[in-house]
Write a protein that binds this ligand. Structure first.
Ligand SMILES: *[C@@H]1O[C@H](CO)[C@@H](O)[C@H](O)[C@H]1NC(C)=O
Ligand SMILES: *[C@@H]1O[C@H](CO)[C@@H](O)[C@H](O)[C@H]1NC(C)=O
Ligand SMILES: *[C@@H]1O[C@H](CO)[C@@H](O)[C@H](O)[C@H]1NC(C)=O
Ligand SMILES: *[C@@H]1O[C@H](CO)[C@@H](O)[C@H](O)[C@H]1NC(C)=O
Length: 451
């Protein structure tokens, strides 16, 4: 029996050497009273120690298991090094990026639906000219543009836009306070009535139609606002069409037809390239449309026209900041997706590894058999050593005892419990990454498609 074990171990040495494991060795010690202090749990102590084929298969299996383990460890390291675990990426950018700091708050906290208006005053036009005959005492009539003059179709009224075509069922939020900007101190109903009276007297006044629009914008009535605007556009001289166009842009934007609002506001800029309000309005609309480059460009144009335009600067930095945050989140999200698929792949490999390892262990001899085998083997080694034939054993004195110390091949394949714990940690990561990637995907989608 002892002889057979030795033969097997020689075979083992040869195989290990061929496979590059030959140099590994471990130190084990046998004390005078025969106590063995070494790991003796080898996967090569087979159930059928006489079966050479089984031994070779076991060797192949052991190599495969070791390869898998190395792969898993490399993969784990790679995944652990990935820089996509930052959970506070957004906050980090907000607190460190220059644009974010200047903006003072995230773009999402800005009101991107505020009212803009081109005042008559800014064009050296006077509201008083058309308002002088208005009676400000009554408030029973609203400015009814459709009643003043019929207008089925106008080449100038952007009739092709969906928002304009479907004006009957458009809904917009009320632009409270707008009228105070246009004509401070005025009572809205008195104003409406007066505009209506004036319109009755001059049925083709583009200025009055614009004033009537302000009444309906303040009320949040998109249909009537657009009816008045169609007429304002129809009768406006070319150089003043931007007044009505900016109004139409505001109405469409508030009715969530922001793309069409951009079309209309671009037309306003064509009319007057030097109006900062138009560029500003367009910048805001592009920000809502998540077209950050064009938004920034529009804000820069507004600042070219009017360098001291304070709000524009803040919005400009907010958009620059936001586009950086969004880009970073998108990058992180796609990195997480990649990590996730690698983790899934990892899980599969890990299962394979466990299965192979299980088989590897199942081919082993039961512990009590191994113990017997090992003791016999060691006895044999000691006998050889005492005969002077054991090459790698030395005998020495320690604490008054004679100690025999031998080198033997390292058991390359121990039970994989330690590695298993390490590798298993990663599986929990899958759930964390999965949920993080999911949340982030939602966040990116929200950021991109908010309107
Ligand atoms: C405007 O006048 C038309 C025709 O008289 C009427 O049908 C419509 O209801 C009026 N609109 C408003 C807002 O008063
Ligand atoms: C508005 O009206 C148009 C046509 O009249 C219709 O196609 C559209 O679905 C309506 N929209 C809403 C929100 O009711
Ligand atoms: C009507 O108003 C327009 C501009 O508001 C003006 O140019 C025109 O002269 C006015 N017409 C009359 C008859 O008052
Ligand atoms: C925005 O501008 C940046 C830098 O100029 C460029 O890299 C990027 O492709 C642009 N994005 C779009 C959507 O045009």
């Amino acid at each position: 029996m002892g002889f057979r074990i030795v033969v097997l171990n020689i075979w083992f040495d040869v195989l290990l050497f061929l496979l590059g494991y030959g140099e590994a060795s471990t130190h084990w010690v046998v004390t005078e009273d025969g106590k063995i202090q070494s790991q003796m749990d080898s996967v090569f102590s087979l159930k059928r120690p006489y079966d050479l084929m089984a031994l070779m298969q076991q060797e192949q299996r052991a190599v495969l298991v070791e390869d898998l383990k190395q792969q898993l460890m490399a993969q784990k390291e790679d995944i652990d090094l990935r820089e996509d675990k930052e959970t506070n990426l957004e906050d980090k950018i907000y607190s460190t990026d220059v644009d974010c700091i200047i903006a003072g708050k995230p773009l999402t906290e800005f009101d991107l639906y505020f009212s803009t208006v081109i005042l008559f005053d800014s064009k050296d036009l006077s509201v008083n000219d058309c308002m002088k005959e208005m009676s400000m005492k009554e408030k029973n009539k609203k400015p009814n543009c459709t009643e003043i003059i019929e207008l089925d179709f106008s080449m100038n009224a952007f009739e092709h836009l969906t928002g304009v075509r479907n004006r009957h069922n458009l809904s917009m939020s009320a632009e409270e306070g707008l009228l105070q900007t246009v004509s401070s101190g005025v009572d809205i109903e008195e104003f409406g009535n007066a505009v209506n009276e004036a319109m009755k007297k001059n049925k083709t006044s583009w200025m009055l139609f614009n004033l009537a629009t302000y009444y309906w914008r303040e009320k949040g009535d998109a249909n009537n606002a657009i009816e008045c605007l169609r007429r304002a556009l129809h009768f406006s001289p070319r150089e003043h069409k931007d007044i009505a166009l900016i109004s139409l842009g505001n109405v469409l934007h508030r009715a969530h037809f922001s793309e069409e609002a951009a079309v209309v506001v671009r037309a306003a800029i064509d009319v007057d390239l030097d109006n900062a309000i138009s560029h500003y309005t367009l910048g805001i609309i592009y920000a809502v449309l998540a077209d950050y480059n064009k938004s920034v460009e529009s804000f820069e144009n507004a600042l070219k026209v009017q360098p001291d335009f304070k709000n524009v600067e803040q919005h400009l930095h907010a958009v620059l900041c936001h586009s950086k945050v969004e880009k970073a989140l998108e990058t992180q999200h796609s990195s997480l997706q990649r990590t996730l698929s690698e983790l899934r792949d990892y899980r599969k490999q890990h299962e394979l590894w466990l299965k192979q390892q299980e088989q590897l262990l199942s081919e082993q001899a039961p512990p009590e058999v191994k113990l017997v085998q090992r003791l016999e083997y060691e006895e044999q080694k000691i006998r050889e050593s005492l005969d002077g034939r054991g090459q790698d054993c030395i005998q020495f004195e320690q604490s008054g005892h004679t100690v025999l110390s031998c080198n033997m091949r390292r058991e390359a394949y121990h039970q994989g419990t330690q590695a298993q714990v390490d590798l298993n940690l990663n599986l929990q990561l899958i759930q964390a990454v999965e949920s993080h990637a999911g949340q982030l995907g939602q966040k990116v989608a929200d950021q991109c498609h908010r309107s």
